[in-house]
Design a binder for this molecule. Structure first.
Ligand SMILES: NC(=O)c1ccc[n+]([C@@H]2O[C@H](COP(=O)([O-])OP(=O)(O)OC[C@H]3O[C@@H](n4cnc5c(N)ncnc54)[C@H](O)[C@@H]3O)[C@@H](O)[C@H]2O)c1
Ligand SMILES: O=C[C@H](O)CS(=O)(=O)O
Length: 469
């Protein structure tokens, strides 16, 4: 597979890097190892394309985005299979992600036509005051491996809808999905240079974009550690910045919760993508009075999850992305059990990068899994006595991306949702993410929002125009 720069597929002459199937360890394809030169060529192309693309009407851009949407829809199964092959998630999840990714294109194809401004009453009779919102220009998108399609379209759809052009650096573990989406964008009529995908040496490519004053926006999804590094780099040329970073979601089960709902939603939140999502429940806090029943029912449901190659039928848990990921899960399990935790389900690696979905009860806040993102299929269960205690412990984290509360009491739901220091709160809902709602974190989980009209603001500059006559 080659990379896309200025409408041309290039990179065959460069060193190549393997893309590996995490389920089998087999090489799926190779991609070019691009660097500073390719990074600059991509910005050259995006910068050259910006004037014409931003001069098109929002309706013309919307029509091209909708053609892209229809092509992705037509190829949904093929893209899903490619995603499972390079990332490992079960095919049913991959199909879901392609649909979710495509919903951002559909939503922003429409929303781009609503990039409204305003008039402001002047303070002098011979003046008229206007506010316009204009595209920032060339944007750089750097994306993670866990959602190879959605993390691209969640950025590129609003950017293109308002008239920006893009240079994209997908994760090296999962570039094929990004490149396939780019192929379909070209087929849909996205002009040369509007979308550019550069693969290869991440720091070399992104450092080149950071130094380039023509890049006016950096949008990053990934770990908090890398996010902090990129935030510093963006300061060189004062780029606008969006950071969607790490999470460490608390999931709180109140004593009055509907346990059927709590168990089902907690499994969905925790074990989606084998726990490799930024919003998955990372620490479960269960009211002491119901903890035994909840743990028994939750562990039973977890034991029923089927582990295997995501391309096979009815698989619930695919492989982890790499050896480091598997080792981290192991480390968290060993730490928890060494400090008094008890394994209620799973706990073992299954060979290769497969790991049993695991539940540990009797967890205390001093354990690693309660302090750092596991990013794997481990559910630690701690108990609490009061609502105030649950809130205090849930908020005791540098992260603030997503939190979940299960209760049938509207008062508890309102009080907890307002006191939890998180950008996303699911009440009796373990999978809240949709294209029309703002997705983003508080504290060290990020800056900015993706999705909804908030997500479009990230790609525009506000201009105040005062006319005297
Ligand atoms: N908040 C969200 O929306 C969200 C979504 C998905 C993943 N994440 C987070 O991402 C992490 C997992 O994804 P990951 O392992 O791909 O994250 P990562 O930070 O290691 O990598 C993310 C991207 O940054 C690139 N990158 C890494 N180091 C870089 C550097 N020094 N300079 C420039 N680019 C660099 C990578 O190549 C990749 O494309 C988890 O922490 C997860 O919580 C957050
Ligand atoms: O992990 C990253 C994704 O943002 C999760 S979601 O699919 O958007 O909920």
């Amino acid at each position: 597979m080659e990379m896309l720069i200025n409408g041309k597929w290039v990179g065959e002459d460069l060193d190549q890097r393997d893309v590996v199937n995490p389920a089998t360890g087999e090489t799926v394809d190779v991609i070019p190892v691009g660097g500073k030169k390719e990074a600059k060529e991509a910005v050259d192309a995006a910068y050259a394309a910006f004037e014409e693309w931003s001069a098109r009407t929002a309706i013309e851009r919307s029509e091209i985005l909708m053609r892209w949407y229809e092509l992705i829809k037509e190829h949904q199964d093929e893209i899903a299979e490619l995603m499972t092959t390079e990332q490992g998630k079960p095919l049913k999840e991959a199909k879901g992600e392609v649909g979710y990714a495509n919903s951002f294109i559909q939503w922003y194809a429409e929303e781009g036509k609503r990039l409204y401004g305003e008039t402001i009453p002047a303070s002098a009779p011979n003046k008229r005051l206007f506010v316009q919102r204009q595209p920032v220009g060339v944007i750089a998108a750097v994306t993670p491996w866990n959602f190879p399609a959605a993390m691209i379209t969640r950025k590129v759809a609003p950017a293109l809808a308002v008239g920006c052009t893009a240079v994209i650096k997908p994760a090296n573990q999962t570039p094929l999905t990004a490149l396939r989406l780019a192929e379909l964008a070209v087929e849909a009529g996205v002009p040369d240079g509007v979308i550019n995908v550069v693969t290869g040496n991440s720091s070399e490519i992104v450092d080149a974009w950071q130094e380039d004053e023509r890049v006016r926006k950096l949008t990053f999804t990934g770990s908090t550690e890398v996010g902090k590094h990129l935030m510093k780099g963006a300061a060189q040329t004062m780029k606008k910045i969006s950071l969607e970073l790490g999470g460490h979601a608390p999931l709180i089960v109140m004593e009055d919760a509907d346990l059927d709902v709590a168990v089902t939603q907690a499994v969905a939140s925790k074990y989606r993508n084998a726990g490799q999502t930024c919003v998955c429940a990372n620490r479960l806090y269960v009211a002491e009075s119901i903890s035994e029943e909840f743990t028994e029912r939750f562990a039973k449901a977890v034991r029923e999850l089927k582990i295997g190659n995501g391309l096979e039928d009815n698989i619930d848990i695919g492989p982890l992305i790499d050896e480091d990921a598997a080792e981290k899960v192991n480390e968290h399990i060993k730490d928890a059990t060494s400090k008094g935790g008890s394994i209620a389900a799973g706990g073992q690696r299954r060979g290769g990068l497969f790991f049993e979905p695991t539940v540990i009860s009797g967890v205390t806040d001093d354990m690693l899994c309660m302090q750092e993102e596991t990013f794997g299929p481990l559910a630690p269960i701690a108990t609490f006595k009061t609502e105030e205690e649950a809130i205090k412990r849930a908020n005791n984290s540098p992260y603030g991306l997503a939190a979940y509360v299960f209760t049938r009491d509207i008062g508890k739901a309102i009080r907890l949702s307002e006191k939890l220091e998180f950008g996303i709160v699911g009440i009796n809902d373990g999978v809240p993410s949709v294209a029309q709602a703002p997705f983003g974190g508080w504290k060290e989980s990020g800056i900015g929002r993706e999705g909804g009209h908030y997500g479009m603001d990230e790609y525009v500059e506000v201009k105040y125009i005062s006319v005297a006559f």
